[in-house]
Each structure stands twice: as structure tokens, then as C-alpha cells.
Design a protein around this ligand. Sequence first.
Ligand SMILES: C[S@@+](CC[C@H](N)C(=O)[O-])C[C@H]1O[C@@H](n2cnc3c(N)ncnc32)[C@H](O)[C@@H]1O
Length: 231
Amino acid sequence: MRVVRAELDKQPSDVRRMFDAVARRYDVTNDVLSLGQDRQWRKAVIAAVDPRPGERVLDLAAGTGTSSQPFADRGAEVVPCDFSLGMLKVGKAAKPHLPFTAGDGTQLPFADDTFDAVTISFGLRNIVDPLAGLREMRRVTRPGGRLVVCEFSHPTWAPFRTVYVEYLMRALPPVARALSSSPDAYVYLAESIRAWPDQQGLAKMVEAAGWQAPEWSNLSGGIVALHRATA
Ligand SMILES: C[S@@+](CC[C@H](N)C(=O)[O-])C[C@H]1O[C@@H](n2cnc3c(N)ncnc32)[C@H](O)[C@@H]1O
């Protein structure tokens, strides 16, 4: 079998194939690798978006819809969008009530000003051109609407940052090998996290994409950061 692994230059077709391949075990692997912390991170995303019943929310790079379901639970009209048909199929089988939509984050299949809020969890880092993705998210958000980006970031305490980098680079691939049918995807995960901009760097990118007043909060000591901004 061909080894499925996106390189850091992130060819979109490689990224898509990689997620197609991990789709079936995606959610369980996530839970184990994050030691269950992903649940807290997802709660923080919902609190930051604070969706009102009936609001239209785009969850970009929604994968299997795990990041989308809590919006539906709050009465929002959430649209999970992703370009991996493998992830969408697994999502649709488990959550047939959600309107899963195939779409590329750099060319979204939605009109201008469609959404009250747009959010992306653990997806922006994977988009081939994240600045273009943020611009597209801005285009489809109504004036005054909000953005919430949840993404791996840089731990703020230097000694912990060192341990974390060691954990990522050494522990993650063998653990993933035991759990996932595509362990190389998790080598990509570790490498792409290391190559991703820090909190301030991402805030600058958000602003450069046309969003107003970006700010962020750190979760789990900066392992994850939530960036918020307004259209
Ligand atoms: C790590 S998963 C995150 C899934 C979900 N948001 C979650 O929190 O569990 C990243 C997702 O980004 C999607 N993705 C990567 N590049 C994309 C693009 N250009 N357009 C749409 N989706 C993309 C992948 O297909 C994958 O499903």
C-alpha cells in the first residue's frame, strides 16, 4: 500500500488523501493522543463563538463533524465543510442530521456574507495557503460576524515547550503506529505543529486576511490557542 503522508509543502491532494485514510479511526486516535484534552478544547471553542439559536455557523475543515455537533446542540444552523470525502462519509454516517458540504477552504462554495460566525478547529494548519483560507472565511462572513480559530500553538513556558517538542517528536509516531492504520499522518501532524506560527504570528496572519481586532487565549498552557476576530 502507498504510504499516505503529506509533506510540509502540503500538496492539497496529499492532504486530502491523508485524511481520507485516517477517517475511520480519526476521532478515537485524537482522544487518545490528546489524553482526552480535546474535549475541553472543543468546549472552549463553543464558548468563544457563543452561538445563538438560528445563527448560521460555518465549521470549516470539519472532518467527521465532531467540531460541528456542539453548535447544532446549541440550536445554531451549523454547516460542516471539508474537502476530504473520506472524512465527510464517516461524519455523515454518524451524524446524518448535519448538512455536510464538500468544499475547499481556499475556494469556498458559499456566497459573500452568508454566515454569522465561522470557525475552524485543527484545520487551518492543514490548508495549503492558510492566509487564503482566512480571506475566504472573511468573505463568507457578514459584516460584524465573528471568527474563531482553534489550532495547535506554542506552549508559553519555555521548559514545558522543550518537553512538549520531545513528546511530540518522539512519542507521537510510535503511539500512532499502535492506534492508526496511517501512522505517517501523525508524523506529519508533529512536523506541521512545529512549523506553525506562534500565537502572535497567527494573530498577524488573521489581521492580514482582513479581520479586525484579533486576540487570543491559550489552552493547556499554549499547546492550543484560540484566536478570535471580527469581520
Ligand atoms: C485535523 S482535521 C480536523 C477536523 C475537525 N475540525 C476536528 O476538530 O476534529 C483537519 C481537516 O482539515 C481538512 N482540510 C485540510 N485542508 C483543507 C482544505 N483546503 N479545505 C477543506 N478542508 C481541508 C482535512 O480534510 C481534515 O478533515
